[in-house]
Design a protein around this ligand. Structure first.
Ligand code: NAD
Length: 430
């Protein structure tokens, strides 16, 4: 079977490389010509450990190639994965215009049976909508199946997650469609769950929303722990030993960001609002998340008196380590808040470069950690990059004007930082 992947962003590129590595012939199509040029030259348009090596390998092996011509590519492929973006609209709903464009072009171009697989995260009911868009675009009736196969990879470990998924969810109306998709994944050992398309779509939203609930629960509890002089990190460890709870997603911090959690939670809330079935817990999850960074910055401000004229170092820009993705990164809200309140901000990230137009007299980026902290009245860690865990904080302290360190990810050891003279402020650690 020949595989076509439509939309070669994080998910599409990872999907294309997974199937090339599993031995299938794959073509990746994107409407962004620059992206396709880069990929053809073996250059990843984003940072993701491990993917670049695999990209070069499969361009050379001939298993993977790229194109910008979707109509033409449709004709030569049996299975088509839709991996285009589904960003948030103003009202929180998912913008399906890219899915619709892809479905319409596919419908208008197909000349034979096709299996369409939706990997993009889409609201419940979208599979039915895609079937309709394709049917309407066809000039004559040609059979096809549309299967929902949500993606669960995490940026920063995309390759590992693609090859070692916790599960593969296949939402299909037909047994044949589900079986065909299973055959593509045949070498991956993990549980397979075949459901209706709508259920598969809901599983994706429910999973991301549940993880967001865990994060906001711990962040809200952290605020109480600060009042009670209790360590949220110790509470998380104590909770995590309980296998019913699990250890992951219990670390308090400045809140969640990225291209998925904020948009997916809002999309599910939008669906619930449309149906008059409010999800109150998720409404609170969003409210807690949107105020968490302010809570943390206010703890810094209390110690500084005011942000006006203060030099603040912001360490980490990406929404999490291992990626250069800044979509909805809490660091951006933190930088805006600091600048709005009169601070002079110096940022650092081991991978991400702040877009030049965003840099001003009050906002500069440094490549070196020591330079970033030089003369700073305070620093805040926004991304748990290993570079910050491994830094020589004793020497960095000497560069700062005031040794105030706000650990927005609760990643450093308080005692060690205090021992070298820092005023260490964690989150939910009293
Ligand atoms: P992305 O923005 O990195 O990539 C989307 C790509 O689709 C872009 O390169 C864009 O140019 C292309 N595109 C848009 N319309 C097109 C069209 N009509 N024809 C061809 N190409 C087109 O997005 P992403 O992060 O890869 O996410 C894709 C989907 O997967 C989203 O629905 C997202 O919610 C979901 N998802 C993302 C992740 C993640 O970690 N990034 C994880 C799981 C699921």
């Amino acid at each position: 079977m020949n595989i076509l992947v439509v939309g070669v962003g994080y998910v599409g590129t990872t999907t294309a490389l997974l199937f090339a590595e599993l031995g299938w012939n794959v073509v990746g199509v994107d409407s962004n010509e620059r992206k396709i040029q880069d990929l053809e030259n073996g250059v990843l348009p984003f940072y993701e450990p491990g993917l670049d090596t695999l990209l070069k390998k499969h361009i050379e092996s001939g298993k993977l190639s790229f194109s910008t011509n979707l109509s033409e590519a449709v004709k030569h492929h049996d299975v088509i994965f839709i991996c285009v973006g589904t960003p948030s609209m103003e009202d929180g709903g998912a913008d399906l215009q890219y899915v619709r464009q892809a479905a319409t072009t596919i419908g208008a171009s197909m000349d034979d049976y096709k299996l369409l697989v939706t990997k993009s995260t889409v609201p419940v009911g979208t599979q039915r909508q895609v079937v309709q868009w394709i049917s309407e675009a066809q000039s004559q009736s040609i059979p096809f199946d549309v299967v929902s196969n949500p993606e669960f990879l995490r940026e920063g470990s995309a390759m590992h997650d693609a090859f070692h998924p916790d599960r593969i969810i296949i939402g299909s109306d037909t047994e044949a469609g589900a079986e065909q998709l299973k055959r593509l994944y045949r070498d991956l050992e993990c549980p397979y769950l075949v459901t209706s398309p709508a259920t598969a779509e809901m599983i994706k939203y429910a999973s991301n929303s549940f993880l967001a609930v865990k994060i906001s629960f711990m962040n809200e509890l952290a605020r109480l722990c600060d009042q009670l002089d209790v360590s949220i990190s110790d509470v998380a460890e104590g909770m995590g030993y309980d296998t019913r709870i699990g250890r992951s997603f219990l670390r308090a911090g400045i809140g969640f960001g990225g291209s998925c959690f904020p948009k997916d939670v809002k999309s599910l809330l939008h669906t619930s609002k449309m149906l008059g079935e409010p999800l109150r817990l998720l409404q609170d999850v969003v409210a807690i998340n949107e105020t968490q960074y302010i809570y943390v910055l206010e703890r810094m401000r209390k110690r500084l008196g005011s942000f006006q004229g203060k030099q603040i170092a912001v360490l980490g820009l990406s929404f999490k380590p291992g990626t250069d993705d800044m979509r909805e990164a809490p660091s951006l809200s933190i930088i805006s808040y600091l600048v709005e309140h009169g601070a002079i901000v110096q940022v650092h990230d081991p991978v991400v470069r702040m877009p030049a137009p965003l840099l001003t007299d009050n906002l500069a980026q440094f490549a070196d950690l020591q330079d970033t902290l030089s003369g700073a009245d305070a620093a805040i860690i926004c991304t748990e990059w290993p570079e910050y865990a491994d830094a020589d904080w004793a020497s960095l302290k000497k560069a700062m004007k005031q040794p105030l360190l706000v650990d927005g990810r609760n990643m450093l050891n308080r005692e060690r930082l205090q021992a070298v003279g820092f005023t260490y402020v964690g989150i939910g650690n009293g």
